[in-house]
Design a protein. Structure first.
Length: 150
């Protein structure tokens, strides 16, 4: 059986693989892809032996900072980031939740200082498996399903 590439090869840039299909467009939004001038390829519902179906995003000539990638880990942990240089994967890493997140999540406690003063939020990740975080300022625990991304 002849295998065919479903998405064009990337000379230089980032390929984000193994995105859960239901979260593909949320990931695109969190990364601000709608504001980029780079060539971007987005594919969804590709067959995946690892997860059934997956989404893929390829961004030409873009290499993300760690804080940009940390935003994705909240909604799509275990995605694979491939750094491409000269059509070759030069680096491959699985995105995981960091120990803390600054300026990514909105605290859902209306009395929290971060909702009443112009300052960045800061959360400690207290359970990487479940995605539970705790506000550094008011100590409110927030479960993954209740997280509001800024």
């Amino acid at each position: 059986m002849k295998k065919e590439m479903q998405v064009a090869a990337l000379e230089n840039g980032t390929a984000i693989d193994h995105i859960p299909p239901a979260h593909l467009f949320k990931v695109a939004s969190l990364l601000g892809l709608d504001k980029m001038d780079n060539t971007i390829t987005i594919g969804n519902n590709f067959h995946s032996s690892k997860m059934g179906f997956k989404g893929v995003i390829k961004i030409a000539d873009k290499f993300f900072r760690e804080d940009e990638i940390n935003r994705i880990a909240l909604i799509a942990p275990n995605i694979v980031l491939n750094i491409i240089r000269d059509y070759e994967v030069s680096e491959k890493k699985t995105v995981t939740l960091p120990d803390s997140l600054t300026g990514v999540i909105k605290c859902n406690n209306s009395k929290c200082i971060t909702n009443n003063e112009p300052m960045p939020t800061r959360f400690d990740v207290i359970n990487k498996e479940t995605g539970t975080v705790r506000c550094h300022y008011c100590e409110r625990k927030i479960n993954k399903e209740d997280i509001i991304i800024q």
